[in-house]
Design a protein around this ligand. Structure first.
Ligand code: NAI
Length: 418
């Protein structure tokens, strides 16, 4: 395994006086980086301050023959943030790596959350990321190289009771990364985000004591160090890490459901009818940028316009409403059948389709003695009607279940053409 090294690289780690930031700094220095150990040295809620936290980490690094300088400025203050970057340039001549890690907590349920607590948390996490990254990025662009790691949290990605301030800041950081990755790409500046889970003073009392050992910040550092390295070619990703377990979190978007075409404004009722499809994440995609995302919407419209079938864009209820219109009377000579449809899903239901005397009648509900009963999931049914799912394939894969007179089911394709 080729060792990941940071010789001649200069790293800034914010909030490095304790917890995760301390570990990142020690590990970076151990592998050759020159480190600016920044920490305000305040309480977990951001009040107070002391040079001691950063100084102790710098001492530790020096003891292991590493190179480091301390910085006590607050990331929440733009002048302080500029001073952090200036310190790196003065001490070591450049900036290659920035880990935005400083953080505070001021948990309160939302109705009790006053502006001061909301703002203080945004100022450290989100504005802090802006304040330090901007001057650092200017330096990275000069060298055509940079690695930025941001810190988010499950609270921002998924929500956590009592943390509207923290969640807002932490998801804001993801938005910050999403655009910065695009602007940095040309200059070989990669920007990624980590969502850690570790036992630190910020999570005191949160984890059961028996798993404490695996929750040490040391277990997060390997991922963060890799993201800071030249070997790392990915950008714009969110990874979560804890207890030596790592995984990627993504923002996914489902398939566009074209509810109305052209100038027609869809009705809320039409949206309601299609809600199962709209809510589905089947075939969901991840987009590199907003333009690609919009492109997929346009593509969905052009596919719908190319009219793979007259059923494209219909809901299950629409299909049954329109069945008499698509009935092929000339194919129905001598046919006398009742098809019972049982469609499962939010927009599903039961419909009976009666064919007799070359006429077709459709009613919702259950028939007393159907000739053939067809059972399907809503999306499979729409795919079948839309011509995307061949009947034989649906049957053999178990997506289409037929009860009663199996042979008569074969008439359906002949009798109805969408
Ligand atoms: P920690 O409290 O040990 O470390 C945070 C450090 O940031 C402290 O040393 C603090 O003095 C420093 N700091 C606070 N405000 C500052 C400011 N304005 N300027 C400079 N330094 C400042 O906590 P921990 O857990 O190591 O947190 C590191 C980061 O990881 C934070 O951004 C936190 O939100 C995030 N995080 C931690 C999780 C965990 O499980 N420990 C979970 C999710 C996210």
């Amino acid at each position: 395994m080729a060792e990941i090294r940071f010789d001649n690289r200069v790293a800034i780690v914010t909030g490095a006086g304790g917890g995760l930031g301390r570990t990142y700094s020690l590990e970076l220095a151990r592998r050759g980086a020159k480190v600016v150990v920044n920490d305000l040295g305040g309480a977990p809620d951001g009040t107070g301050g002391s040079s001691r936290a950063a100084d102790l980490v710098v001492e530790e690094i020096k003891k292991q023959d590493g190179q480091a300088v301390a910085s006590y400025d607050s990331v929440a203050d733009d002048k302080g943030a500029q001073a952090i970057v200036d310190k790196a340039v003065e001490a070591f001549g450049r900036v290659d790596i920035l880990i935005n890690n400083a953080g505070i907590l001021r948990d309160k349920t939302f109705h009790k959350m006053d502006w001061a607590d909301f703002e203080a948390v945004l100022k450290v996490h989100l504005y802090g990321a802006y304040n330090v990254t901007r001057p650092a990025l200017v330096k990275m662009r000069e060298n055509n190289y940079g690695r930025v790691v941001l810190t988010t949290s499950a609270a921002g990605l998924f929500g956590n009771f009592g943390q509207t301030n923290y969640s807002s800041a932490k998801l804001g950081i993801v938005g910050f990364m999403n655009t910065l990755k695009l602007e940095g790409a040309k200059y070989n500046i990669n920007v990624n985000t980590v969502a850690p889970i570790a036992a630190t003073r910020l999570t005191e009392g949160l984890f059961p004591p028996d798993i404490g050992k695996q929750l040490k910040p040391e277990f997060i550092a390997p991922l963060v160090l890799y993201l800071c390295s030249e070997d790392c070619q990915v950008t714009g990703r969110i990874y979560d890490a804890g207890m030596s377990g790592f995984r990627r979190t993504g923002i996914l978007t489902g398939k566009t459901v074209v509810v109305a075409k052209g100038d027609k404004v869809p009705l809320p009722e039409e949206v309601k009818n299609r809600m199962a499809e709209i809510a589905s994440l089947d075939g969901a995609e991840e987009f590199e940028n907003a333009t690609n995302m919009f492109g997929a919407v346009i593509e969905a419209f052009s596919q719908a316009d190319s009219g793979e079938s007259g059923a494209a864009g219909l809901s299950v209820a629409d299909v049954f409403d329109q069945m008499p219109k698509h009935f092929q009377a000339d194919q129905a000579a001598g046919v006398d059948v009742v098809f019972q449809y049982c469609i499962e899903g939010d927009s599903g239901g039961e419909w009976q389709v009666m064919v007799k005397d070359q006429k077709c009648e459709v009613q919702s509900g259950k028939h007393g003695s159907p000739t053939t009963t067809i059972k399907m999931g809503e999306q499979d049914f729409l795919d079948l009607i839309g011509g995307k799912l061949p009947a034989m394939q649906a049957y053999t894969s178990g997506k289409l279940k037929i009860e009663g007179d199996m042979m008569k089911s074969q008439l359906i394709e002949k009798l109805f053409k969408f």
